[in-house]
Design a protein around this ligand. Structure first.
Ligand SMILES: *[C@@H]1O[C@H](CO)[C@@H](O)[C@H](O)[C@H]1NC(C)=O
Ligand SMILES: *[C@@H]1O[C@H](CO)[C@@H](O)[C@H](O)[C@H]1NC(C)=O
Ligand SMILES: *[C@@H]1O[C@H](CO)[C@@H](O)[C@H](O)[C@H]1NC(C)=O
Ligand SMILES: *[C@@H]1O[C@H](CO)[C@@H](O)[C@H](O)[C@H]1NC(C)=O
Length: 505
């Protein structure tokens, strides 16, 4: 990589950059408890995981800008697969941004150029910046309640303007005109569907043929005609996994008696920053030591972590049961292995949830306090990925829509113990990059056995981690995602052109 070919000046910059990251990360670790970060629990699983996932698209820009100085003389930059979007007019329709997401965003772009979990709107924002970088004319509108034009929105819009994204009102004539003028309109999440009628009114049918609907939700309450009645008439829908796509096809047909438009599955990818840290042994070692020290665990201890907001849907309760069972098995069989620890990243006691109280009670009752560590919700996942040995993805019911944390963990060469549900089944190759177990109570014992398996078979664990990393390099990088999105946008543009020319003709 550039790192090796660069000499002198370039090298110096490389290290400078690395150190800044490390510093920023360590800083984040220590301040993350002060700043009340949260992922929106109101959002469903899909949203959150997607978000965790797609920051990849453009999040890296801050770093890239810094890094460009170094790389430009060495290697020509490969043209973006999205370059055909140059001078196209694109309107992006988001729903409101919460304060929390905004705080994160600021941190992301100014202080810490690092991939973490994002909400749906930020995913769209990264697409905005990516399109800007290839010279598209990008307009942004946020659907929100009238009372919400506050400081947060103001600063956010400022940030958008800085990056050349034009922020327009989601209401009135300006909104309508922009929608009519656009070559492409991207609606983010099912919720944005309401905007179509309210704003476009009688002109809605002129806009629908150029709408691409990006859907990240997998919950029942989105299956309302109120939100999605125009879905059959848009140019296309883009969904993060095959299973979620199937689910939408089924539900729209069976519940609402409507047909999905052409639907494209777009798996997400890891950002360049995440990959750079994941591939930097020095950075990883520093982060690992720091996190382990903060948790009070030794270098040789085995850490199994579940990184997700604490809620029943994410299966922390079942994971702890499996973990306890695994400890029992190890004790019974008198296995000589280093101590096992469970790390639950995503705790939020300020929310006073009954569920989290249950988890903590369970730990006390089983007397495994010294083996279970709760870490507050944080959006900075990389240090934990650097510190742990195995990622547990225990999302229940239909699982994750995609589950970006899964590909992030694989980038860090971690094997994944995941439920055989949702996007996880499209990411993890059972037996090769991880092991799958059933959802629900039937999965408790299989997961316990898988924990023991990976704890005892060191070679197998490490090999699975390496295979996972190879899989990420093959298909879950930012460039892969950009290519996938590019194919969809091309298709949507082609279709909308055909329709509008027929209208004129
Ligand atoms: C879709 O519906 C069919 C028939 O109702 C069912 O067999 C199938 O499992 C469903 N698929 C999903 C992903 O829900
Ligand atoms: C975690 O968050 C709680 C409030 O939710 C806070 O009281 C506690 O100090 C935090 N823990 C750490 C280690 O920062
Ligand atoms: C995963 O593989 C194991 C064997 O390696 C098998 O027992 C299990 O049924 C598989 N699970 C799924 C969901 O394919
Ligand atoms: C344009 O639309 C017509 C009718 O829907 C279709 O038959 C034709 O194949 C389309 N052409 C292109 C280039 O997509």
């Amino acid at each position: 990589m550039a790192k090796h070919t660069a000499v002198g000046w370039g090298h110096h910059h490389y290290h400078h950059l690395q150190n800044r990251w490390l510093l920023a990360l360590l800083l984040m670790l220590s301040v993350s408890t002060v700043i009340a970060f949260f992922m929106r629990s109101a959002f469903d699983s899909c949203d959150r995981t997607v978000s965790a996932a797609v920051d990849g698209i453009g999040s890296s820009r801050h770093v890239i800008q810094v890094a460009e100085k170094r790389t430009t003389p060495i290697a020509a930059v490969k043209p973006s697969p999205l370059s055909f979007m140059k001078s196209k007019v694109v309107l992006l329709v988001s729903h409101e941004l919460s304060l929390s997401e905004f705080i994160y965003f600021i941190i992301f772009h100014y202080i810490i150029p690092f991939p973490v979990s994002l909400g749906g709107p930020l995913l769209l924002m990264e697409l905005a910046f990516l399109l800007r970088s290839v010279g598209a004319e990008v307009y942004w509108m946020t659907i929100m309640k009238p009372s919400e034009t506050d400081e947060v929105t103001y600063s956010l819009e400022h940030k958008m303007l800085d990056r050349g994204v034009q922020v327009v009102s989601a209401k009135g004539k300006e909104a309508l005109d922009t929608a009519l003028r656009a070559d492409l309109v991207v609606l983010n999440t099912a919720v944005a569907g309401k905007w179509l009628d309210v704003v476009l009114k009688g002109d809605v049918h002129r806009v629908l043929p150029k709408v691409l609907w990006w859907i990240h939700e997998m919950r029942g309450h989105y299956f309302k005609l109120d939100y999605v009645k125009h879905l059959p008439f848009v140019a296309g829908a883009m969904i993060d996994s095959h299973v979620t796509t199937e689910y939408w096809k089924n539900r729209t047909q069976e519940r609402l008696k409507i047909k999905m438009p052409d639907t494209y599955v777009v798996h997400l990818g890891n950002s360049k920053e995440l990959m750079q840290v994941a591939e930097d042994t020095v950075a990883k070692r520093v982060l690992r030591e720091h996190v382990r020290e903060s948790l009070g665990v030794l270098n040789e201890d085995l850490l199994f972590a579940l990184i997700n907001s604490v809620s029943r849907g994410k299966g922390q309760d079942l994971f702890l049961r499996s973990f306890y069972e695994a400890l029992q098995l190890i004790k019974e069989k008198k296995m000589q292995i280093p101590p096992l620890h469970a790390v639950i990243v995503g705790s939020d006691m300020s929310a006073q949830t009954k569920f989290e109280m249950e988890l903590r009670d369970y730990v006390v009752q089983k007397k495994i306090q010294d083996r279970v560590h709760f870490v507050n919700k944080t959006l900075t996942v990389a240090p934990y990925l650097a510190a742990i040995d195995v990622l547990v993805q225990n999302s229940q019911a239909r699982g994750e829509c995609f589950g970006r944390i899964t590909i992030e963990a694989m980038a860090f060469q971690l094997p994944v113990l995941g439920t055989a549900a949702g996007g996880t089944t499209e990411i993890v190759v059972n037996g090769t990059t991880g092991l799958l177990h059933p959802v629900g109570k039937p999965g408790v014992t299989p997961l316990a056995k898988n924990i023991v398996k990976l704890a005892t078979h060191v070679e197998r664990r490490l090999t699975m981690g390496k295979r996972g990393y190879e899989r990420v390099k093959e298909r879950f990088l930012e460039q892969h995602m950009a290519e996938r999105i590019a194919r969809v946008l091309k298709e949507v543009l082609r279709k909308s052109k055909n329709k509008s020319s027929r209208h004129i003709g």
